[in-house]
Design a protein around this ligand. Structure first.
Ligand SMILES: [Zn+2]
Length: 91
């Protein structure tokens, strides 16, 4: 991705800002350090709905009610290949 310059049209910048805002809005954050949680990272959920990242978990001093892995927004909505039969080769 190329960094925006002074020659970048206003529409292009507006679309870039909107896209970044949508990404930031759909990203989960740690309740203690407010860091955006990374895809594949372990996250700890507490009964009050709070989240803690792996780095902040020890500072919580309470037992999480759930531990899970952070997934992408597309997780569960992407296309799955259900037909696992071997493909026939064309001659
Ligand atoms: Zn944290």
């Amino acid at each position: 991705m190329q960094a925006p310059s002074h020659d970048t049209p206003a529409l292009e910048l507006a679309l870039l800002h909107r896209g970044l805002g949508e990404i930031a809005g759909s990203t989960e954050h740690c309740g203690r350090c407010a860091r955006a949680l990374l895809i594949g990272e372990r996250v700890y959920e507490y009964e009050d709905g709070g989240l803690a990242c792996s780095l902040c978990r020890e500072r919580e001093h309470r037992t999480p009610s759930l531990t899970r892995t952070v997934h992408t927004a597309a997780s569960g909505h992407s296309i799955r290949v259900l037909d696992r039969r071997p493909r026939k080769r064309s001659v």
